[in-house]
Write a protein that binds this ligand. Structure first.
Ligand SMILES: Cc1cc2nc3c(=O)[nH]c(=O)nc-3n(C[C@H](O)[C@H](O)[C@H](O)COP(=O)(O)OP(=O)(O)OC[C@H]3O[C@@H](n4cnc5c(N)ncnc54)[C@H](O)[C@@H]3O)c2cc1C
Length: 460
């Protein structure tokens, strides 16, 4: 998504742009696939940063303006409503921030003033800056700003799940970005899912004259005079470019550089990855009692966010996503029901398994994730969910690494971000997750920002 956004922006400014993609499908971490004739979205639970038509500010509006995309083209349909579920306490939220505010006042009446003060600070905070200074820890700031520990944990749980690359914490910049994206703005989804967004991006890229080569990976970046001199492709061909923008991740990019930069030794691989189970149902999930869009759950008062040390998955917490529960136009519903559960997963654990055991563990963990999730859905019975399940799928950190090339299956990249996208080479820049903007909207914003900063503004 970040590469496509950068490509569109540059092509619209008259540059000759070539996008090289190793996979046969576009979209990267947010792509799609078909299995037994059924279409699945990878990633996409929700497009964040939703604002209704007519609102003229915010990241989504900026993306549409800069990429010359009409809001209608994305067909964004708002969520029904979501929830953060902790033992004995729930905070409901939707795309109207007033709901979350009233929930905080109801569940944490003594903290509502502190919460409102924090929200004012978040609204005024510039989280899109490109300075390199390291942002403070969100946990440290929240400890002073919100005295109630349970409230802090309940706010951090969804925001960490949707973008923190740092175990147990997140940078305050990213906390602000995600607070705005998830709570102040909100969730939406096109009826067709991620395909719709990718189609619009590809169309805009083509119209602007951009070129794209699929199944065409970059094997190495040759270096001369402090610049990328040539790109060596997987099939051995060489190509040259004035500028190279890489969306594959920081460590992944440094490892391609033929000059073997010392930074490649210092950059930590992203330590966090996820597994996801998908159940395809023969009834609308709402008929089984699953009427919310997304539920972030955690079964103890504090939230542990990290790679599981002694297990393949951590079922203490997770995210339930029901793509049927968006307000699609004309009361449409998807052809089938979908019930997805995401959990923290151990990359080391999953990659160490021989194939047969891997398949068996996928089945076992699938069942554990479903059981764990159902605990937070009052009125939903696991047996009933199973009885209506037509087919299932499950992906793991191993799947993510295999199809996107992200080392360790790290969905949110390395913990330390490079906000200005610079590398040790003059004409090589980073965009995407490791630049620091998050999710689908963040990735597109990142591509636009890096194209603007390093090429369009510099050269006009
Ligand atoms: C399970 C899951 C759920 C998610 N849910 C959401 C969500 O609900 N909402 C949201 O906003 N975000 C979500 N995300 C995050 C979102 O998908 C990512 O933040 C975003 O797509 C990252 O885009 P990117 O451009 O930075 O990188 P990527 O998507 O990783 O793009 C990098 C591309 O480079 C290609 N590549 C790698 N190596 C090479 C090479 N050597 N040569 C050529 N090509 C190469 C890869 O194939 C890939 O296409 C989710 C991600 C996952 C995995």
């Amino acid at each position: 998504m970040s590469g496509l956004a950068a490509g569109i922006r540059l092509a619209q400014f008259g540059r000759n742009v070539l996008i090289l993609e190793r996979h046969n499908a576009p979209g990267g971490l947010n792509s799609f696939y078909a299995l037994a004739g059924r279409k699945f979205d990878v990633g996409l639970h929700a497009v964040t940063n939703y604002v209704p038509q007519g609102v003229r500010t915010g990241p989504l509006v900026k993306i549409c303006r800069q990429l010359r995309i009409g809001r209608d083209e994305l067909d964004l349909c708002p969520q029904h409503g979501s929830r953060v579920a902790f033992p004995g306490e729930d905070l409901r939220f939707n795309n109207d921030f007033a709901l979350l505010e009233s929930e905080v006042a109801r569940v944490f009446p003594r903290s509502i003033d502190a919460f409102r003060t924090l929200v004012s600070r978040i609204r005024e905070y510039d989280d899109t800056h490109l300075d390199e200074s390291r942002a403070p820890s969100a946990r440290t700031i929240l400890e002073t700003a919100l005295p109630d520990r349970r409230l802090r944990e309940m706010l951090l749980c969804p925001l960490m799940y949707y973008g923190s690359a740092r175990p147990g914490d997140m940078d305050f910049d990213q906390f602000v970005t995600l607070f705005k994206a998830v709570f102040l703005e909100g969730f939406a989804r096109p009826f067709e899912g991620v395909r719709r967004i990718i189609r619009v991006l590809l169309q805009r890229y083509r119209e602007a004259g951009g070129e794209r080569r699929m199944k065409c990976g970059v094997r190495s970046l040759r270096v001369a005079g402090g610049r990328v001199s040539e790109l060596e492709l997987d099939d051995g061909r060489l190509i040259t470019a004035d500028h190279v923008i890489s969306s594959i991740g920081r460590l992944e990019t440094l490892r391609l550089c033929a000059d073997r930069p010392s930074a490649a030794e210092d950059v930590e691989a992203g330590p966090l990855s996820f597994a996801e189970s998908i159940a395809v149902l023969d009834v609308p999930p709402a008929s089984l009692g699953c009427s919310e869009t997304i539920v972030f759950f955690n079964d103890s008062p504090s939230f542990a966010y990290g790679s599981p040390e002694h297990d393949l998955i951590d079922t203490r917490s997770g995210v339930i996503c029901v793509p049927n529960n968006y307000a699609y136009g004309d009361d449409q519903d998807l052809d089938e029901g979908f019930f997805r559960v995401t959990a923290l997963a151990s990359y080391a654990g999953w990659t160490g398994l021989p194939e047969e055991r891997y398949q068996a563990e996928k089945r076992r963990c699938y069942a554990r994730m479903q059981d764990s999730a159902v605990r937070f859905l009052p009125g939903v019975a696991c047996e009933e969910l199973q009885a209506h399940t037509r087919t299932t799928d499950m992906f793991t950190p191993r799947t993510i690494e295999r199809f996107t090339g992200h080392i360790s299956g790290a969905v949110y990249g390395a913990p330390d971000k490079v906000r200005d996208g610079r590398t040790h080479l003059d004409n090589l820049y980073l965009c995407g997750t490791d630049q620091g903007f998050l999710g689908i909207v963040g990735a597109m914003l990142s591509g636009i920002s890096m194209a603007n900063l390093h090429i369009i503004r510099k050269e006009g």
